[in-house]
Design a protein around this ligand. Structure first.
Ligand code: DX5
Ligand code: ZN
Length: 219
């Protein structure tokens, strides 16, 4: 599939979120990544469905909601109603992962399974055929601006092999520490969707960063 760039608003200025999102949309971003954190699963707190519905009103791009919360099953329909197009849940938060994936799909969204850096790709075996995408964390979740964990590249290759063996259409998203300097290597490893927070919204010119990244991804 074509590479997709997903700016993460975690590093944007929440006081002018509409402007920030519009800038990256006009510059060529493909999807908006929204990090939901609860202060339990990860040591940080962000926002809930209201932020998702407010952003939905001001952009035509699909919304990619990354749930870093315990008991995600309680909130999936709320985020779907708020306008999420993709919803991903952490393997580490799921008691009944199969049921969760079906719940996301039944709510009309693409379903993703997220793995923390320390979680083995082997846990995907029983769900790969029903999962729309796998989101591999390349930093420990909770904060923007962290350093990319290099062993994530080998992990992508292992997931790629599993997807091929299962004959599934699952695509791979990667999140954390991605920027202009490592985009090409991550693409070459087999990633389809690139989440970038600090390297876009922390840049002097976020639109220029998006354009530069899209150029690399399309080359
Ligand atoms: C981290 C979040 C990421 C974050 C990435 O827990 O899931 O989406 O925004 O930020 P950067 O690109 O700055 O590492
Ligand atoms: Zn994220």
């Amino acid at each position: 599939m074509q590479s997709l760039l997903a700016p993460s608003v975690l590093s944007a200025d929440f006081a002018k979120i509409a402007e920030e999102v519009k800038l990256v949309e006009i510059a060529g971003a493909d999807i908006i990544h929204l990090d939901v954190m609860d202060g339990h699963f990860v040591p940080n707190i962000t926002f809930g469905p209201k932020m998702v519905s407010d952003i939905k009103r001001i952009t035509d791009l699909p919304l990619d909601v990354h749930l870093m919360i315990t008991e995600p099953e309680k909130y999936i329909s709320g985020f779907a109603k708020a306008g999420a197009d993709w919803i991903s849940v952490h393997y580490e938060t799921a008691v009944h992962l199969n049921r969760l994936i079906h719940q996301i799909k039944d709510n009309g969204c693409k379903a993703g399974v997220v793995l923390n850096p320390a979680t083995s790709v082997e846990v995907l075996d029983e769900v790969l055929r029903i999962t729309d995408f796998v989101l591999l964390m390349s930093v420990n979740p909770g904060f923007g601006g962290q350093k990319f964990i290099e062993s994530s590249l080998a992990k992508v290759r292992r997931v790629k092999e599993k997807i091929a063996a299962a004959g599934s259409k699952t695509f791979i998203e990667m999140d954390g520490g991605i920027g202009i300097e490592n985009l090409k290597a991550i693409k070459d490893a087999g990633v389809d969707v690139f989440v970038c927070g600090n390297s876009i919204f922390g840049a002097k010119d976020s639109a220029a960063a998006v354009k530069e990244m899209k150029k690399i991804l399309n080359s």
